[in-house]
Design a protein around this ligand. Structure first.
Ligand SMILES: CC(C)(COP(=O)(O)OP(=O)(O)OC[C@H]1O[C@@H](n2cnc3c(N)ncnc32)[C@H](O)[C@@H]1OP(=O)(O)O)[C@@H](O)C(=O)NCCC(=O)NCCS
Length: 196
């Protein structure tokens, strides 16, 4: 932690998003390749329907970071991270990891035993972020295929790999063996669903 970071954290506000953040989120994502852009309407829904499981970072009232995430309807023990974005000027300061750590401590996510996300093979920053987060949690990251380029995107998008991180910190004790069983089970069912 250096003086620049101290100053940043003093001024930084982390909070759940509001619908009025939707347009700024749309602009931030559009300025952050290789992220897929969504319609403003989709970003508004993220800020409204998924507010409790998402986080907005503001500096002097300006949106500088965002994580959109949700618990899949059929799996309340998983927090799925849809997109993470940090404005270009602030990258490398630890903001993305700070947002992840904040998010997993919120009431709406505290029942989540694992965090999952999907990453394209060449997104170095994203792999580094989630591998670093997993290391800090003392968790085991497990990688599997989620959506294949040809099969699911008609070749118009790179493969998306699923990364699963468990256990998350500060959860009521669940033995590591059970987390491994969960991971094996979900890998088997995702293989059945997508590759079978
Ligand atoms: C990915 C992204 C959110 C990372 O944000 P960030 O605030 O710079 O990340 P942090 O500073 O919290 O870094 C977290 C870890 O990842 C590492 N990291 C971050 N960017 C990296 C890069 N480009 N290359 C290598 N390592 C990187 C950091 O060194 C740090 O590791 P450490 O804690 O072990 O030292 C940011 O680069 C971004 O917005 N990229 C464009 C959008 C995108 O690709 N999002 C991810 C896909 S959803």
């Amino acid at each position: 932690m250096n003086a620049r970071n101290d100053l940043l954290w003093d001024k930084l506000e982390l909070r759940h998003p509001l619908p009025t953040d939707g347009y700024a989120l749309n602009q931030l994502v559009a300025a952050s390749p290789p992220l897929d852009t969504n319609s403003v309407y989709c970003n508004l829904l993220q800020c409204q329907h998924f507010a409790d499981t998402s986080v907005a970072a503001l500096l002097n009232g300006k949106l500088v970071g965002f994580i959109s995430a949700y618990c899949p309807p059929s799996d309340s023990e998983t927090l799925f991270v849809w997109q993470v974005v940090v404005s270009e000027q602030l990258r490398g300061s630890g903001l993305a990891k700070r947002m992840l750590n904040w998010l997993i401590e919120q009431p709406a996510t505290e029942h989540a035993q694992r965090l999952t996300t999907s990453i394209t093979p060449d997104n170095r920053a994203s792999w580094a972020l989630f591998e670093s987060f997993a290391r800090d949690c003392g968790a085991i990251p497990v990688k599997s295929m989620l959506f294949e380029s040809q099969r699911h995107f008609a070749g118009a998008h790179a493969d998306e790999y699923l990364l699963q991180i468990a256990p998350l910190p500060n959860r009521p004790g669940k033995p590591m063996a059970l987390h491994l069983d969960d991971l094996r089970g979900s890998l088997r069912s995702s293989n059945r669903r997508w590759l079978g």
